[in-house]
Design a protein. Structure first.
Lengths: 388, 695, 361
């Protein structure tokens, strides 16, 4: 029978498990520092210590998610040994051919390895958060641009809708929207049908407004977009992709749609405000006096110049989405019980929190460090984009 | 109040070899180098120079308020004999506001929006003299009267936003005078104001300076204003003083090539383009960290001598004629200062062709809801009232007026960004009055184009310069392939005299003047027949203004374009326009050829406008007409004649007609028209406002 | 001003109607009703029985009609079965079939019966709101002063060391959602085996098992520092970070304004520049933010009450949702939506009040 590992030993072994991440991180930083003058805003990030720390934290988790298979010590949903709630560093006993001799960060009440679950949890979170945020941005931008640009009735109506969603306490919305009953009614699919079409519309408008002076080129580009876009759309929203490449389980779809739904109105408001500011500029008037179409002006004259605040908000919002996903997990909504995502793990761990805190603390700290990284990154980006 | 004895025959302020730098992450930016000047008691010292030359930095240096990254790196500043550069924060605090006060450019921004005027004023004596509240309030009331504001009690109880720009600036002045400072620093105090309001403020500053015996450091980029206000001046270029002396000396016997070039590049309303052509200063102002070796002005100087001017730093040298006249030029004694201007090729004026644009009874009303919450009554803003005129091919028509008079609205209607409320606009015999731009055909759109006012706003910051011009070509259906359009774009770059390599640059890599050139190239991309230029040079430095103006006129001449030149600057209007249209509160009050408008008979408003223009010419004798009050809001214009609230001729019209009836448009000689009730005799008896001393 | 208020309030009422309708729709979806039928009737009901149970209990008919009934704008349903017993929405509540009123929706004060607590919803809500009220009160007492002070201290000298330290703190606390900070606080201060308690016990400084209480259930009867500090801090931490970031941003912006320079060059002391000239202008934005934080605070309340087992509003909401208690869930939603809308209204009015530029324009 081996001894339990000391804290020093635990840390050493964890550092060792993360080896692929360290290599990737060092490579990224070395290259970026070397070429930082050619990398635009991303390069400038390396002038701000806060931004660099943020970026390092975020990249750490991104690489962890990428290399999760190499990092984990045990199957994250497998149960190992007879001891319940093994403490950090405890050797794994009573199992033949143990995949790894120790519970590095202990185990939970079902004797699952906390370390491996945390690592896999990163993958769960990063699989959804950035994409859900990106979708929310597409929706918010596509609606916010015309609302700010045209104003009038359209603006009144859209703003009212956005305020309606914003007046809903998020938690209530989740309790109402992310339930098996709702999935039975098919409402998430309808919502997805509406929300997921936005990226396709968005891309087509972008291309059309830019290339309508050159129809053959325009037709080609829009055609390609439509084929790929609608193919993905059919798979993601309705699970009808004939090739089966694009698909999303009903649970995942439900979670995804709800998160997009919660985020989009805020993005809408931000975009609308930026448009109101930028549309008073002379270059917009210059576009109008050239007879440019409204969408060209919105997408090519206004949007690129709103990118600074939008990029910053995008980072912040991924963090916020991560928190929302955690909240969903914490309430046990929409995810399978054995899912290693951080929210669910915290929820499972909190029952024995006062006796065995490690099972909940580890994912809690993981979640916090990712969101902190994103916030710091946003702060660094904001600071650097203002200095010009 | 000071404990150190100070002899009143000594200078109030003595700046000696002052250097100030700002420290950024990238580098140190030496904003002011080796700057010296002296202000005697009761003297008004002017500081002129282009933007970025360090005028405000000097002022803030005197106040020792340079922000986090600014530092005085050398030299000394003595105020009443006391060294300011080494004072502690507490000593400085006691000096600020009580002995040295400062006034800035943006009156609205310098007043606290959440505090009543009275509270902001009484703070000064309460801090410095330990005055009681009631006593301070009484003093405030008296000073508010001194700055000639009506109804002081109401004003003391008001918040800043309830006052007009001119009133706010008077309050800022009052605040500076609350504890009768010995030195007043004014940093472009009138730049944000209209000319007629500016004239009032300038008069006030002069009178108060005399009344309280305050010394002044008056900063401006406008030589005319300096002539009006100051006794002495100091010309700055790129962080250095290049010439200093009393006003008469510097204006008439300048001894530095930059001062000379500056005077040659500004238009005067007294002179026509043929009699006194403008000469632009070649090249651009060097950035602080890109200054050349030796003389900073070297690369742009006509008298540059290789091997001398580009060696060691040039020092300020006193001129023999005394009265503290000095110049920072190595060759001042060698240059023939009275040599006439090298003959400038006067270009043939393009022939004026047939009518291309005709507006008749154009009206544009906006309905706005008053009241802060959108619930108030609908009100109508009459931005343009019955505009009638025509413009011919190859002609330059200037549209003059102060802010809010409807100049920009007119441009918007013509461009089709707004549709007119009534009336007709005929462009090449096609009625476009109610055709918004989306419905106009490409030909019409490309033949009416616009050049915008703000160079920092006119180009899309995230697209290369070349791409923006190519986009205009695409939209105007010019060229049949990408390659052809690219070639055409390069030609346009040549046309506006920009290096072709600039096509790949982003707008932020260009200077203001260069951006404005790109804007012009873009406007002419589709072979525009009518170009509306909305204050195209007013945001540029004087030394580049001339170059951009000339460029615009050259292109116009070559293409026979009709140029509608919107401006509030009568000097430049005199310089370049064939005909002038003067607007006030949405009405055209006077229209005629340039000579007709600049000579009597005038419309009373034109007369006031002319007399308010600061002119940088010591020979000019001006009749000073200071208009009372501010421009009324277009939301509730006065009944009768729009100008009646400020008109000094009003009592010459019998029966109070001006208060009741809108004057008719009167045709005078030629095509000269005036909207006024004054009788022909009175009009004929008007005297010119601007005269040259010799005339 | 009056016109503005009227307009603003009518928009608010309209919003409330739409939102409650959406909630009504989502809680009364057919699967929910079927579940209700099975839990109220019997688990082994046939599909037909379920369908008739739904109709017999007033859950049939068009949705809009049922919504109006629930609101109290339409007469409550009645149904007389074969045995001649008349039942109905209003009759169940007011016992007597004859004397029952025709309308009995929430406008008449009838919020329905909670199937979970077996009590009228009004009573349940009243009790839990009372408990949550105390929680919110203490959260506000901690959060508002703390975040304003932090924000102003760090914003008044941008980039100084105080600013850097405080900014890192507030960024970190915005990165810590309640379920994370709650878990950490519990582990550090209230765990038997970890954190401070075992240490303190070893040193003989602590006689109890843990320093703070791990649950706040006892705070339902009597609030003490030891049972309430952790839940209050859990909610407040996130808000402190967020609001102090806002205050800082607003403060740094104000400090760069011309009028601050004017004040400084008038010879006003730095302290007075901050207190007399900057503060009021800098507080306009955070005030709005504090008010708009309520939807988020509600989140925090739900999580914290669940974590600390404090039977307040959030706990009730979770129980209602978990137990398919339709009337209770509807009641909770109405309260939540109203709280959000009213705080938005206050924020609008306060903004106008604080900003003389708008008030008197
Ligand atoms: N969209 C609008 N809605 C309401 N009123 C407007 C609008 N645009 C202009 N106005 C009003 O019409 C009047 C004329 O405005 P305009 O912009 O044409 O003046 P301007 O002479 O160009 O002023 P400046 O020199 O300051 O640019 C002003 O009183 C202005 O407030
Ligand atoms: S020193 Fe030489 S370059 Fe400089 S201003 Fe005099 S003549 Fe010109
Ligand atoms: S009509 Fe009367 S008020 Fe108007 S400009 Fe003429 S004289 Fe003055
Ligand atoms: Mg204008």
């Amino acid at each position: 029978m081996q001894d339990a590992l000391s804290w020093g030993g635990i840390i050493l072994r964890i550092l060792q498990q993360f080896l692929p991440v360290w290599i990737a991180l060092i490579a990224t930083f070395a290259l970026s520092l070397r070429f930082k003058r050619h990398l635009g805003l991303f390069g400038k990030l390396f002038d701000s210590p806060v931004g660099m720390i943020g970026l390092a934290l975020v990249l750490f988790w991104v690489f962890t998610a990428l290399f999760a298979n190499m990092i984990i010590t045990m199957d994250p949903i497998g149960q190992f040994g007879r001891t319940k709630n093994p403490l950090p560093g405890l050797p794994l006993t009573g199992v033949e051919n143990p995949p790894y001799p120790y519970f590095l960060l202990g185990g939970d009440h079902l004797a699952r390895d906390v370390f491996s679950r945390m690592v896999m949890g990163a993958r769960e979170v990063l699989k959804i958060a950035p994409f859900a945020t990106a979708f929310a941005f597409m929706v918010g931008v596509t609606l916010g641009l015309p609302a700010g640009y045209f104003g009038g009735k359209l603006d009144t109506a859209l703003s009212f809708l956005a305020n309606l969603v914003l007046a809903f306490p998020v938690i209530l919305l989740f309790y109402l929207l992310v339930t098996p009953e709702i999935r039975d009614t098919g409402i998430p699919v309808y919502l997805a049908a509406v929300l997921f079409i936005f990226p396709v519309i968005f891309t087509c408008t972008v291309l059309n407004s830019r290339f309508h002076t050159d129809p053959p080129k325009r037709n080609l580009m829009i055609g390609v977009t439509l084929v790929i876009g609608l193919w993905a759309y059919s798979g993601l929203a309705f699970n009808l992709d004939p090739l089966g490449i694009w698909s999303m389980g009903p649970n995942l779809l439900n979670v995804f749609v709800s998160v997009v739904f919660v985020n989009a109105p805020t993005v809408f408001r931000i975009v609308r405000g930026l448009v109101l500011d930028i549309k008073a500029r002379d270059y917009v008037a210059a576009g109008q006096t050239r007879g440019e179409s409204a969408w060209y002006i919105m997408l090519w004259e206004i949007l690129p110049n709103a990118r600074g605040p939008l990029i910053v908000d995008f980072c912040l919002r991924i963090g916020y989405t991560t928190i929302l996903l955690g909240t969903l997990g914490f309430f046990g909504l929409g995810v399978t019980p054995e899912s290693p995502d951080w929210g669910s793990t915290i929820n499972a761990g909190r029952k024995l929190l006062l006796l065995y805190p490690h099972a909940a603390i580890v994912p809690a700290l993981a979640l916090m460090s990712l969101v902190l990284g994103l916030n710091l990154l946003a702060d660094g980006l904001r600071e650097e984009s203002l200095k010009d | 109040m000071t404990d150190t004895p100070w002899d009143p025959s000594m200078p109030i302020l003595e700046i000696d070899q002052l250097s100030i730098s700002f420290f950024t992450r990238m580098r140190e930016i030496p904003a002011v180098m080796d700057f010296s000047c002296k202000v005697m008691p009761g003297e008004a010292m002017g500081l002129v120079g282009e933007s970025g030359c360090g005028k405000s930095t000097v002022a803030l240096g005197v106040m020792r308020d340079l922000g986090k990254n600014g530092r005085i790196t050398g030299g000394s500043i003595r105020f009443k004999g006391r060294e300011l550069t080494t004072m502690t924060e507490e000593q400085l605090r006691q000096l600020r506001g009580s002995e040295i006060a400062m006034i800035y450019q943006e009156p609205m921004a310098s007043l606290n929006p959440a505090m009543k005027i009275g509270a902001q004023l009484i703070e000064v004596p309460m801090i410095h003299q330990g005055m009681g509240r009631a006593e301070a309030m009484a003093l405030a009331r008296q000073i508010v009267e001194d700055v000639r504001l009506p109804d002081p009690d109401r004003i003391l109880q008001a918040f800043p936003h309830q006052l007009s720009g001119g009133q706010q600036q008077r309050i800022v002045i009052a605040m500076a005078l609350m504890s009768k400072p010995a030195l007043l620093i004014l940093d472009e105090p009138t730049t944000a104001l209209d000319v007629t309001v500016e004239a009032g403020i300038v008069d006030l500053v002069k009178d108060l300076g005399r009344k309280y015996g305050t010394s002044m450091l008056f900063i401006s980029h406008n030589l005319g204003l300096i002539l009006d206000v100051c006794d002495r001046l100091c010309v700055m270029y790129s962080g250095e003083a290049v010439e200093t002396g009393n006003v008469a000396q510097v204006f008439d016997k300048m001894r530095h090539p930059y001062t000379q070039a500056l005077f040659r590049s500004i238009p005067l309303p007294t002179a026509h383009k043929t009699s006194r052509p403008l000469v632009a200063i070649p090249g651009n102002f060097p950035l602080p960290h890109e200054r050349p070796n030796g003389c900073n002005f070297g690369p742009r100087c006509d008298y540059f001598a290789e091997g001398r001017c580009d060696q060691a730093d040039v020092r300020m040298s006193a001129l023999p004629e005394d009265d503290r006249h000095a110049s920072r030029c190595l060759r001042w004694s060698e240059i023939d200062w009275d040599a006439p201007l090298a003959k400038v090729v006067t270009k043939e004026k393009a022939a004026i062709g047939e009518v291309v644009l005709k507006m008749e009874d154009l009206k544009k009303y906006y309905s706005v809801s008053s009241g802060s919450f959108g619930g108030g009554d609908e009100k109508v803003v009459k931005a343009n009232e019955t505009l009638t005129f025509e413009a011919r091919a190859g002609e330059t028509l200037a549209i003059v007026g102060e802010s809010g008079c409807g100049k920009s609205t007119f441009a918007k209607v013509l461009m089709g960004l707004e549709t007119a409320t009534s009336g007709s606009i005929r462009l090449f015999d096609e009625n476009v009055q109610s055709t918004p731009i989306q419905q106009r055909n490409t030909d019409t759109v490309s033949s009416v184009q616009m050049v915008f006012q703000n160079p920092f706003d006119t180009l899309n910051p995230s697209m290369t310069v070349g791409r923006q011009i190519i986009r205009a070509l695409e939209i105007f259906k010019q060229g049949s392939s990408d390659a052809e359009r690219h070639a055409r774009m390069l030609e346009l770059m040549d046309l506006v005299k920009l290096p072709r390599a600039f096509a790949d640059r982003m707008p932020r890599q260009l200077s203001g003047g260069q951006k404005q050139r790109v804007g012009i190239a873009r406007a002419f991309a589709g072979g525009a027949k009518v170009v509306v230029a909305d204050e195209p040079v007013s945001a540029l430095d004087v030394s580049v203004q001339a170059a951009v103006t000339d460029l615009l006129m050259d292109i116009q001449r070559e293409n026979g374009t009709t140029l509608l030149f919107i401006s509030h600057d009568l000097s430049i209007v005199r310089y370049l326009s064939d005909r002038v249209m003067v607007m006030y509160l949405g009405h055209v009050v006077e229209m005629g050829t340039t000579d007709q408008v600049f000579q009597p008979p005038y419309h009373p408003y034109t007369e006031a406008l002319l007399s308010a223009v600061p002119i940088a010419d010591t020979r000019v004798i001006r009749k000073r007409i200071v208009l009372e009050g501010d421009i009324p809001s277009a939301m509730n214009p006065p009944p009768g004649c729009p100008f009646q609230t400020r008109c000094r001729w009003k009592d010459q019209v019998p029966n109070g007609l001006c208060d009741r009836e809108m004057p008719p448009v009167r045709q005078l000689q030629g095509a000269h028209q005036i909207k006024c009730h004054l009788s022909d005799e009175i009009l004929a008896g008007m005297e010119p406002v601007i005269k040259l001393a010799g005339e | 001003m009056l016109k503005f208020l009227i307009r603003r309030i009518s928009v608010m009422i309209f919003t409330a109607l739409v939102l409650t309708f959406v909630v009504f729709f989502l809680t009364n979806l057919p699967p929910n009703l079927e579940k209700l039928a099975r839990s109220e009737g019997s688990v082994r009901m046939t599909d037909d029985a379920v369908a008739s149970w739904i109709v017999e209990n007033g859950h049939g008919g068009p949705l809009l009609g049922r919504y109006a009934e629930w609101l109290g704008l339409a007469p409550g349903w009645t149904l007389t079965d074969e045995k001649g017993v008349t039942r109905g929405r209003c009759i169940d509540v007011y016992a007597e079939a004859g004397s029952a009123p025709t309308f009995c929706g929430i406008l008449q004060g009838n919020w329905g019966i909670s199937t979970f607590a077996k009590e009228p919803v009004g009573d349940v809500l009243g009790r839990s709101l009372g408990a949550t009220g105390w929680l919110m009160f203490w959260v506000m007492m901690v959060m508002v002063p703390a975040s304003l002070v932090i924000g102003i201290l760090s914003g008044m000298r941008e980039g100084a060391r105080t600013d850097r330290v405080l900014s890192v703190f507030s960024i970190a606390s915005t990165a810590t959602p309640e379920y994370v900070s709650g878990v950490i606080l519990l582990a550090v201060f209230a765990s038997v085996n970890a954190g401070l308690s075992p240490l303190l016990r070893d040193w003989g400084l602590l006689s109890d098992r843990t320093l703070f209480y791990g649950t706040a259930t006892s705070a339902m009867d009597k609030i003490t520092f030891w049972n309430f500090a952790l839940p209050v801090m859990t909610i407040a931490l996130y808000g402190i970070g967020y609001i102090s970031r806002m205050t800082r941003a607003s403060m740094t912006e104000v400090m760069t304004q011309q009028y601050i320079r004017t004040a400084r060059l008038k010879g006003v002391r730095f302290r007075d520049v901050v207190l007399r000239h900057a503060l009021r202008n800098a507080l306009i934005a955070p005030f709005t933010v504090i008010m708009l934080q309520f939807p988020w605070l509600l989140n925090g309340v739900v999580i914290t009450e669940l974590l600390f087992n404090y039977k307040g509003f959030g706990w009730t909401l979770v129980q209602a949702a978990g137990n398919n208690d339709i009337d209770l869930l509807l009641g909770c939603s109405v309260v939540a939506v109203l709280v959000v809308l009213i705080t938005q209204l206050i924020s609008d009015i306060g903004y106008v009040f604080l900003n003389p530029r708008i008030r008197l324009a």
